[in-house]
Design a protein around this ligand. Structure first.
Ligand SMILES: Cc1cc2nc3c(=O)[nH]c(=O)nc-3n(C[C@H](O)[C@H](O)[C@H](O)COP(=O)(O)OP(=O)(O)OC[C@H]3O[C@@H](n4cnc5c(N)ncnc54)[C@H](O)[C@@H]3O)c2cc1C
Length: 309
């Protein structure tokens, strides 16, 4: 059976839901979940076992370890365990680490895939701002890819969950030093990983009106996004921007409020599973691209939606 290493990301002592989705791509393989267990061994072990980890490879690294160092550790793990495949989430950290792993072991890497068949080494990813979908077949000794958060549903499948403490004598190449990690919105969901997103476009008219979307998002357990027009108008920070020059998101539900549906916005959210649009213009382009549409004023519709929720 093929051996697949899966880089697991954790937050506040819990496995990120997006990592469980990534692990689902490896179901049917011998799954090695590679994780920095830290102090929360119990919770993490239980979760990873429930979602199919046969081995839980604990590599302990200090907080703020550089991606160069983590990449070196994972390369050592690839060699030690003889992985056929190594996959991770296309998060900021995942992209940082996997690019380095590919460079070190000189193997091809496909980033930000939305579908993957590891056995056939076939992946799908969007190109040219989402205008085309490429199907790629990869040749290489170790199959490397990162998967767009939320693209694959987590699957429960009990694994053996054996913990292996992994240490190696690789050292930090010290090419960079991470001094501090600042979360833009402390305590809020990361836009790229959120299962539900409520986005406000230019129609939101003022920064303070985002509180209306935040109230709705809170009921849904959602993150709040913005269009570039809203960002350019100063209503929201760039960290909230979804689209070609903002963040790429793939939530289960995307609610676009007062967003026209420009191709550059769509490029960042077209792989959302269900798209709901609220717009007062029945001819807005977004209505030809959404699953459900509500023709109406967002300042009337959103409060009612929040109330109903
Ligand atoms: C190179 C390049 C990169 C770009 N990158 C991005 C990107 O990353 N992300 C992005 O979003 N855009 C991007 N854009 C900009 C993009 O082309 C659009 O200009 C932008 O997405 C429009 O934002 P919007 O839909 O909020 O505003 P608008 O296009 O002005 O649409 C506002 C919509 O709100 C509706 N509306 C108004 N008032 C109400 C109300 N009270 N209730 C309900 N509906 C109402 C209107 O009918 C309209 O459809 C990029 C453009 C370029 C050229």
């Amino acid at each position: 059976m093929a051996k697949t290493g899966v880089l697991i990301e954790t937050e506040n002592g819990q496995v990120k839901e997006t990592s469980l989705g990534t692990m689902a791509a490896a179901v049917g393989h011998e799954i090695y979940a590679l994780v920095n267990l830290g102090d929360s061994q119990g919770d993490i072990k239980e979760k990873l076992t429930e979602y199919g980890a046969d081995k839980i490879v604990n590599f302990s690294v200090a907080p703020l370890s550089s991606p160069d160092f983590i990449a070196e550790i994972l390369v050592a793990a690839v060699k030690k365990f003889g992985f056929d495949n190594l996959i991770g989430t296309a998060s900021a950290a995942g992209k940082d680490i996997f690019a380095r792993i590919a460079a070190i072991i000189d193997e091809p890497l496909i980033s930000d895939c939305i579908e993957v068949d590891i056995a056939q080494k076939i992946l799908k990813k969007s190109h040219f701002s989402g205008k085309t979908m490429a199907t790629l077949k990869v040749k290489g000794n170790v199959f490397l890819c990162t998967i767009r958060p939320n693209s694959i549903e987590p699957v429960t499948k009990s694994g053996a969950g054996e913990i292996l403490d992994f240490s190696t004598d690789v050292s930090d190449p010290e090419l960079m030093k991470i001094v501090e990690v600042k979360k833009v919105s402390e305590g809020k969901l990361d836009l790229t990983e959120a299962p539900i997103i409520v986005t406000g476009g230019r129609a939101i008219k003022a920064a303070e009106n985002y509180s209306m979307l935040e109230a709705c998002a809170e009921k849904l357990g959602a993150a709040v996004g913005a269009s570039r027009a809203a960002v350019d108008a100063g209503y929201a920070p760039h960290s909230m921007q979804v689209g070609q020059t903002g963040k790429t998101v793939s939530p289960k539900l995307y609610i676009a409020c007062g967003v026209s549906g420009a191709v550059q916005h769509f490029a960042g959210m077209k792989t959302s599973k269900v798209i709901v649009a609220i717009n007062e213009d029945k001819d807005a382009p977004i209505f030809s691209k959404c699953d459900y549409g509500i023709v109406g004023d967002i300042f009337d519709v959103v409060p009612v939606l929040t109330e109903k929720l």
